[in-house]
Design a protein around this ligand. Structure first.
Ligand code: AP5
Ligand code: ZN
Length: 217
């Protein structure tokens, strides 16, 4: 399957993508995680991306599209992928369409995770991420690690993302409404959008997503 996951910051895209990718046996491709990996390796791309991310703005399309394309062309993505955080504006959606068309393939669904603003703000404020593996995501109250500041899965240090400050989160939400939400209409016109509520326990949301994607396992 080829799926795009969309939703406001903090809706639980990364949390759900990890689970769905495993259930559906497709790679989870997160442009946010790819940028953060470049930042920790201190690459030129990482240095460029950091200045935009810390301000809550989108990284320029040119570098984002090139990075996403490169990742989608890796052998593990040949038979499907779950895109998390890409595309993020109409121009990126157009670039993705062109790429897919050139390879004679199509998206199967765009899964839209809906969550109210007060909930996403709470989720982001309490989020802690593992330095060793960004798919290990915790929340200080909703899914607290057994030991404060230590990842349950690998023992790595848990940290708060630089762009999770209150001011940057407000900016990221504004960017989501003005630049990313229009892609939902873009894909609705192609009949691809399935919307589910992102509220409730993580496993319930996963089940809801699988049902919406017409999978029962
Ligand atoms: P990115 O990393 O994509 O961030 P985002 O879209 O803002 O989304 P988040 O990672 O904040 O949230 P999430 O929805 O994944 O939630 P999570 O699962 O962690 O992008 C960051 C930046 O990179 C952008 O601002 C931009 O600068 C740049 N960028 C990335 N892609 C780009 C692109 N295509 N173009 C240009 N720039 C780009 O969950 C949040 C918290 O809630 C966690 O603590 C989790 O444990 C908890 N939680 C999750 N589900 C539940 C639940 N059901 N109940 C209770 N708690 C829950
Ligand atoms: Zn870890």
């Amino acid at each position: 399957m080829r799926i795009v996951l969309v939703g406001p910051p903090g809706a639980g895209k990364g949390t759900q993508a990890t689970r769905l990718a495993e259930k559906l046996s497709i790679p989870h491709i997160s442009t946010g995680d790819l940028f953060r990996a470049n930042i920790s390796r201190q690459t030129d791309l990482g240095k460029l991306a950091k200045s935009y991310m810390d301000a809550g703005n989108l990284v320029p399309d040119e570098v984002t599209i090139a990075m996403a394309k490169d990742r989608m062309e890796q052998p593990d993505a040949e038979n499907g992928f779950l895109l998390d955080g890409f595309p993020r504006n109409v121009s990126q959606a157009g670039a993705l369409d062109e790429l897919l068309q050139s390879e004679g393939i199509k998206l199967d669904a765009v899964l839209d995770l809906e969550a109210p603003e007060d909930e996403v703000v709470k989720r982001i404020a309490g989020r802690r991420v593992c330095r060793k593996d960004s798919s290990h995501v915790f929340h200080v109250t909703y899914s607290a690690p057994k030991q404060d500041g230590v990842c349950d899965v690998c023992g790595g240090e848990l940290y708060q993302r630089d762009d999770d400050s209150e001011e940057t989160v407000r900016k990221r939400l504004e960017v989501y409404h003005t630049q990313t939400e229009p892609i939902i209409d873009y894909y609705r016109a192609q009949g691809l959008v399935v919307t589910i509520s992102a509220l409730g326990p993580v496993d319930d949301v996963t089940q809801r997503a699988l049902e919406a994607l017409k999978r029962d396992d």
